[in-house]
Design a binder for this molecule. Structure first.
Ligand SMILES: *Cc1c(COP(=O)(O)O)cnc(C)c1O
Length: 226
């Protein structure tokens, strides 16, 4: 695991350099969905504090046993009825994919008097097996966010298709992200929409994602093996 982590760090550094970026600006989220608690603790002890899970039940199970210093990321599809189980202990929800889910997050946040960080998932490739908003739905969705002030939109998340070249997908996502960033700077987005994070890149395509501007990469297999 240490060897894998060192390789990944080197690759991040090289890709960042090639893109004229700072490696420190890229957050590595270790995706622990396929590994047990021992393995997950091992990566935490190696200094990776951001861990990602794609199922609420598994996230809660690990969270309840593992150290408090871990920042938990929800990266998979989130059902509305499960929001309440993670709402007060989640660093970032990467997979906001509907207005109904946003409204439920708002409701649970109001109950607990907290705010929660989320990313809007966008479906750039247009594959209908992938969840997320299509690019032409994003502006309309974001304008609704002014009614949900406890939902802090920190940026965008996307996934490339398993087949084919991920580069063009990431480029498209980055373009949308930059356009939104500009709008946020101009003050034309709701106050709770702050475009600073672009979560994209998995084990097979993270260097391509960094080249296009990813600020967060989500790696499972590259760290823990297949
Ligand atoms: C599983 C998963 C990952 C990690 O995938 P690897 O190919 O193992 O790196 C990243 N993001 C999401 C949303 C996932 O479900």
């Amino acid at each position: 695991m240490l060897d894998n982590l060192n390789t990944i760090k080197k690759n991040i550094k090289n890709a960042a350099k090639e893109a004229g970026r700072n490696a420190e600006d890229i957050v590595l989220v270790a995706v622990t969905k396929t590994v047990d608690i021992n393995k997950a603790e091992e990566i935490y002890k190696l200094g990776v504090c951001d861990l990602g899970e794609n199922r609420v039940q598994e996230l809660v199970r690990k969270r309840d046993i593992m150290p408090d210093g871990i920042k938990w990321h929800m990266i998979g599809r989130l059902q509305k009825n499960k929001v309440k189980y993670i709402i007060d202990s989640i660093e970032l929800i990467h997979s906001l994919d509907s207005l109904g889910l946003a409204a439920e997050i708002e409701k649970q946040c109001v109950k607990k008097d907290i705010k929660v960080n989320v990313l809007i998932q966008i479906n750039v490739s247009g594959e209908d097996t992938k969840t997320g908003f299509y690019p032409d739905e994003i502006d309309g969705f974001i304008s609704e966010m002014s009614k949900l002030p406890h939902v802090m939109v920190k940026g965008l998340m996307t996934m490339a298709p398993y087949e084919g070249d991920a580069g063009p997908i990431f480029k498209k996502a980055a373009k949308i992200f930059k356009q939104l960033q500009k709008k946020a700077e101009d003050g034309s987005l709701p106050d709770n929409v702050i475009m600073e994070e672009l979560s994209m890149g998995m084990s097979g395509d993270y260097t391509a994602a960094i080249l296009e501007g990813a600020t967060m990469i989500r790696l499972g297999g590259a760290i823990f093996g297949r």
